[in-house]
Design a protein around this ligand. Structure first.
Ligand code: DGJ
Length: 513
């Protein structure tokens, strides 16, 4: 059976957005991604994950599914674990995204089955030439290993085959193909087969798309390694995704370990990964990929997602602290956003942290300052999003949604909202407080629903126009029941929408004098 009722819809007009449809309804992913090993055991999930995410008002959990767990012996498949995970999700009315941890996870091949790991001759590895500052992938199977890509594609396809049979009700709504692919510790793969390809003329489709000729260096100069590696990974991952699409049309995406600073060398970030800077090569070589997702841990969240203009935007990983709530509110009003999912969601409320010995993982955990407050903020924001989504999804079709996120040290910003200039002033930043954020939705001419935290709003005439704005009415809105309703009129000292740490929703009816 094909999953026809889950699909990604392109913008229907200039003002409207890319939208994910689930069961034929617009769907916004209120997500959370679990730790890398949490879904390796259904019992562990039951004891340590599901209880920790209750109350967060998620609609989707992102769970790794490891190749080693579903094909322990060549061609002997066992889908009892994904089946148990689906059952657990169904019991709770939760959707899932499976993260296919196949050949590559963060530039390494650690999730492949034992029989692949041991047979290094058949499943040969990349050859690296590390530069001084580079963290080196220890065991990354080469994209030139045709046998490995073929086996991965076969296992991935079997997983999708299993989903078509076991999950006609679409508990699983999308697949992430591999995880943060690319090669670390080397600007390119120096395996002899890779070097031979690197020195040969670029393939005809690349030559035609970029109007270049000659070897990779002749064609791309300083960018040769980055472009070559993008071609390598995009072709391999594209082949795996395409094989899966043959049996199941569920959306498939890839996530990126983003470039961390301007001019960073490939290999310092995973060379060849689907970073915003090299998506043209990915789009060329991996047409079965539905969207490209950045994992955004850098503090300049708005700047990072700004690189995805006009593209569908799902953020599958971000910090799991109070900022997650601000990011979610901002993204809800961001053009083409599909959702957000903080990483290590089971720890958001201060749950036990798994020590894995992985420096990247430990660094992220240490910087994220898990706390009960983060859980409260994210849970409340998700509650608001759940209640507001029917209205927001309508507003997104007509260009009636705007959002704001505090950036850097800038305390003020003017957002052009319909006929008005909305002056947003951020509150002084306190430790462990969410970032200032706001979402504005016009429901009728001059009627705005405003959700905000840590900021105040004023409505001004745009420059060149000479009028004042007044509130006809300002109302406090409740969304705790799942519906948005007015609870009281705000007047006097309260007729000044000022938002603190706790997310609030008001409705403003304005007029111009
Ligand atoms: C990014 C990876 O994609 C995740 O799987 C996880 O390892 C995090 N880094 C840890 O910070």
């Amino acid at each position: 059976m094909k999953h026809r009722s889950i699909f990604l819809s392109p913008p229907q007009s200039e003002q409207s957005d890319w939208t994910l449809f689930v069961d034929d309804q617009p769907f916004w992913i209120r997500g959370g991604e679990v730790h890398n090993s949490s879904s390796a055991s259904a019992d562990y999930m039951e004891a340590h994950v599901w209880p920790c995410v209750e109350g967060l008002q998620l609609n989707t959990l992102l769970l790794p599914v490891a190749w080693e767990s579903v094909e322990p012996q060549p061609d002997q498949f066992d889908f009892s674990l994904p089946q148990a995970l689906i059952d657990q999700a169904r019991k709770r009315g939760m959707r899932l995204i499976f993260l296919w941890m196949g050949l590559w996870k963060n530039a390494q091949s650690t999730y492949v089955p034992e029989w692949v790991k041991r047979d290094t001759e058949t499943y040969f590895r990349s050859v690296t030439k590390p530069k001084k500052h580079m963290y080196v992938s220890q065991c990354s199977i080469s994209t030139f290993c045709d046998a490995a890509v073929e086996r991965d594609a076969h296992a991935y396809t079997r997983l999708l085959q299993f989903l078509t049979e076991y999950d006609p009700q679409h508990t699983v709504i999308a697949l992430q193909v591999e995880n943060e692919v690319g090669l670390l510790g080397s600007e390119r793969d120096y395996h002899p087969l890779a070097t031979q390809a690197f020195l040969s003329p670029v393939p005809p489709e690349v030559a035609a798309a970029y109007a270049v000729s000659g070897s990779w260096e002749q064609a791309f100069g300083r960018d040769a390694c980055a472009m070559f590696m993008s071609w390598c990974y995009a072709s391999a991952v594209g082949r795996i995704a395409a094989a899966g699409k043959e049996v199941c049309s569920l959306p498939a995406y890839v996530n990126a370990w983003t470039i961390q600073y301007p001019g960073e060398h490939p290999g310092s970030y995973p060379a060849g990964g689907p970073v915003a800077e090299h998506l043209s090569m990915w789009k060329l070589c991996a047409p079965a990929i539905d969207w490209y997702s950045p994992d955004v841990y850098l503090p300049d969240f708005a700047g990072e997602i700004g690189k995805y203009q006009s593209l569908p935007l799902f953020v599958p990983e971000c910090v799991c602290d109070v900022r997650a709530a601000s990011y979610a509110l901002y993204l809800l009003g961001y053009p083409h956003s599909l959702g957000v999912s903080p990483y290590s969601i089971e720890n958001i409320g201060g749950g036990q942290h798994l020590v894995t010995g992985n420096p990247v993982q430990e660094g992220a955990a240490a910087s994220s300052g898990h706390s009960a407050k983060a859980a409260l903020c994210y849970g409340r924001t998700n509650q608001l999003i759940a209640a507001l989504w029917p209205l927001v999804s309508l507003g997104r079709r007509t260009g009636d949604v705007w959002s704001f996120l505090e950036q850097g040290s800038s305390r003020r910003c003017v957002l052009s909202v319909g006929d008005y200039d909305c002056l947003i002033t951020c509150r002084e930043h306190e430790a462990n407080a969410p970032l200032a954020a706001a979402l504005i939705l016009r429901t009728q001419p001059d009627v705005y629903l405003i959700a905000g935290m840590q900021c105040t709003l004023e409505w001004l005439a745009p420059t060149g126009e000479n009028w004042l704005s007044e509130y006809i009415r300002l109302e406090e809105m409740d969304f705790s029941s799942g519906e948005v309703k007015a609870v009281r009129t705000l007047n006097g000292d309260d007729q000044w929408p000022s938002f603190g740490e706790e997310l609030r929703l008001v409705r403003a009816t304005l007029h111009k004098v």
